[in-house]
Design a protein around this ligand. Structure first.
Ligand SMILES: [Zn+2]
Length: 366
């Protein structure tokens, strides 16, 4: 945990930018593997771990023994799902519904949105910039959703000052199909520049573009569709942990959750399906949809606590993780000031926006 050089670098950047709006001296309990019983670290140590690409989940506020048990279960052992009421289709069968909507997908709005997102100094979840980003995102999401008065937009508040944002297109059933992406960013310290273009402004704009298309079409699904924008992912999956803990305790029936974290840097030019710490049945279905609508996919794995699908999984919901590239060839810039708009490969964004529409349409019928 002691990384003196990096800590010194982080400290030296403290004078560069805006102040942090909360006390960051309190210790947090994090877990870095199923076997790890937990270690207490400072906020600054968490930021350095993220800078070093070390994955962790912040379990300080997790009290549900069943959730903690899953977080301590190796990936090789299948976890028991609290709810999965469907058998997923083995082929994509809704092209006639999905294709006219997919034809409406473009990069025009995503380019504008990602420009704004990356112009925030950072989107650190405990800082004033992260709060400002949440306000801008809530307003933008609300404007997009306003094309269909049936759609609701709400803030889901957390102990930190960066709410998650939840959009709902009500279906004829309350069963949920959810797509999600985190919108915070990190650059190694609370004050470091962190444009977070690929990680994860890219995922945010893909989900927002899918919402724009479905809202404009006034798409009326069978299953209820939700679009989640999480705060605090870089602090240890905090936003998604709060949301899915609430969904578990309130008995919501989640048919599918697909997380997208990094969708804008893909030398390989293929959607990548991640296969560890996910639900294998849903993952197979997500691959079926991705293949039918975008062509051949790649596979990869990213380890423990690598993104928000971990929170859905630990609360007993079926989760999948889709990203732009296998881990070994993914963006070399993430968690630094170099994760900039100029590095974004727009064909990848377009591919993931189309996939998001396709998945929502296909899964809205399951
Ligand atoms: Zn991320």
């Amino acid at each position: 945990m002691q990384l003196p050089t990096i800590l010194a670098l982080a400290a030296s950047s403290a004078s560069l930018a805006a102040a942090v709006d909360v006390d960051t001296t309190g210790l947090r309990l994090i877990k870095t593997s199923p076997e790890d019983l937990g270690i207490w670290v400072t906020e600054e140590e968490k930021l350095v771990m993220a800078f070093e690409h070390k994955h962790f989940v912040d379990i300080t506020d997790i009290t549900d023994p069943a959730v903690l048990a899953i977080l301590s279960t190796p990936d090789s052992e299948e976890v028991s799902l609290a709810a999965r009421a469907v058998t997923y289709p083995t082929s994509a069968t809704k092209q006639s519904t999905a294709n006219p909507l997919i034809n409406q997908v473009s990069n025009t709005q995503p380019q504008s949105w990602l420009t704004t997102l990356t112009n925030f100094h950072n989107r650190y979840y405990r800082g004033v910039n992260g709060t400002a980003a949440s306000t801008w995102l809530f307003n933008t999401v609300s404007q997009v959703a306003a094309a269909n008065p049936a759609i609701t937009v709400s803030r889901f508040t957390h102990s930190f000052n960066q709410p998650s944002i939840i959009v709902k297109i009500p279906g004829t059933t309350s069963d949920l199909v959810i797509v999600g992406a985190h919108y915070d960013s990190t650059g190694g310290s609370a004050t470091a520049r962190a444009p977070g273009a690929d990680d994860n402004g890219s995922g945010v704009v893909c989900i927002l573009e899918a919402l724009r298309v479905l809202a404009n079409a006034r798409y009326a699904p069978k299953n209820t569709l939700e679009f989640h924008f999480y705060g605090g992912e870089e602090g240890g999956l905090l936003g998604s942990a709060g949301v899915f803990s609430n969904y578990k305790s309130t008995g919501k029936n989640v048919l599918a959750f697909v997380n997208q974290d990094m969708t804008g840097y893909s030398p390989g030019g293929r959607i990548t399906v991640y296969t560890d710490y996910v639900d294998s049945s849903l993952t197979a279905y997500a691959r079926v949809v991705a293949t039918a609508y975008t062509g051949t996919t790649s596979s990869s794995s990213c380890g423990y606590a690598c993104s928000d699908h971990g929170s859905a999984r630990s609360n007993g919901f079926p989760a999948a993780y889709i990203a732009d590239e296998p881990i070994g060839t993914s963006s070399p810039y993430i968690h630094t000031s170099n994760d900039a708009l100029s590095t974004i490969q727009w064909p990848a964004i377009l591919r993931h926006s189309k996939f998001t529409v396709a998945f929502l349409i296909e899964a809205s019928f399951v």
